[in-house]
Design a protein around this ligand. Structure first.
Ligand code: MLY
Length: 277
């Protein structure tokens, strides 16, 4: 039912090579995951990265944990590696003389936060210090090459790690493209991102790997050239909101029908819009 993805065969079939492990900011051997669901810890709020918040472990998959911020909602869960610097044991912020913050979208009045903190931590299951693993070294340079294969987090579905290709390289950044998904999920990130892994990482770490999609890749790796890009942008948009070509053109017609531009003739609008200029 869940066959192991055959990278060797895929690399042959696509006559491509894997990005070497030294390109990645990842440990050679993934650290052990000692977190358990319901454990609490301190975590950087992903939507407000200057805030340290209390988080609860909601799930554990390979060396990653799914987290939910205490006092927030259940629609903004996020995933972190156990060796992420964004995770700290309970007590860390206070020891450093800092203050824990309510998460963005705290569901109570802000004035109730101190009391909320006491309550949420009272009798809670604290993550042990040993569960927090040291961060891997950062490679000194961006050594990725266009066309190399890797495994990468799908940022729109961050529980998934998928078969991917380096589509472009620019200074310290790389363009991650997802094989068989026509570009809708592709993104730029820094070469030292924690969301990218060498070929074989998932199987070694006990994490599932999503095989390539089936959407005949219009451009498998690489950026679309300018002639292709408008068609691709439309396709990507359709993919990202799950539209078929038919429903897409219905939607487009609907949008055009319901779009009007209102001009307020009393306004000063500048020389480009002003018909008297
Ligand atoms: N429900 C989504 C999942 C897409 C995942 C794409 N990743 C693997 C690049 C869909 O089927 O559109």
């Amino acid at each position: 039912k869940n066959p192991v993805f055959d990278w060797d065969n895929y690399l042959k079939e696509t006559s491509s090579s894997a990005a070497p492990t030294y390109c990645f900011k990842q440990h050679e051997v993934s650290p052990e995951n000692e977190f358990k669901p319901s454990m609490k810890l301190e975590a950087v709020d992903p939507r407000n990265i200057t805030s340290m918040c209390i988080a609860t472990v909601i799930g554990v998959v390979g060396p990653r944990i799914r987290l939910r911020l205490d006092g927030g909602d259940d629609k903004n869960d996020f995933w972190r590696l156990v060796d992420s610097t964004e995770l700290k044991p309970i007590g860390y912020t206070e020891k450093k003389g800092g203050m824990l913050q309510p998460p963005l979208g705290f569901r109570m009045n802000g004035s109730l936060f101190p009391m909320f903190l006491v309550k949420t931590l009272n009798g809670a299951f604290y993550s042990p210090e040993t569960a927090f693993k040291s961060e891997p070294d950062t490679p000194t340079d961006n050594l990725f090459k266009v066309g190399q294969k890797l495994e990468a987090v799908d940022k729109k579905n961050p529980h998934l790690i998928c078969v991917a290709t380096i589509g472009d390289v620019n200074k310290n950044n790389i363009f991650v493209t997802f094989d068989g998904w026509r570009g809708a999920f592709d993104y730029w990130c820094s070469y030292d991102s924690r969301d990218i892994f060498p070929v074989g990482w998932c199987i070694k770490s006990g994490h599932p790997l999503q095989p390539p999609g089936h959407k005949g890749s219009r451009y498998s790796g690489g950026r679309p050239n300018s002639a292709q890009s408008s068609a691709n942008m439309k396709q990507n948009f359709n993919d990202s909101i799950n539209l078929t070509p038919d429903s897409a053109s219905d939607l487009e017609a609907g949008i055009q029908e319901s779009c009007s531009v209102f001009i307020n003739h009393e306004c000063k609008c500048g020389p480009f819009m002003d018909s008297s200029k």
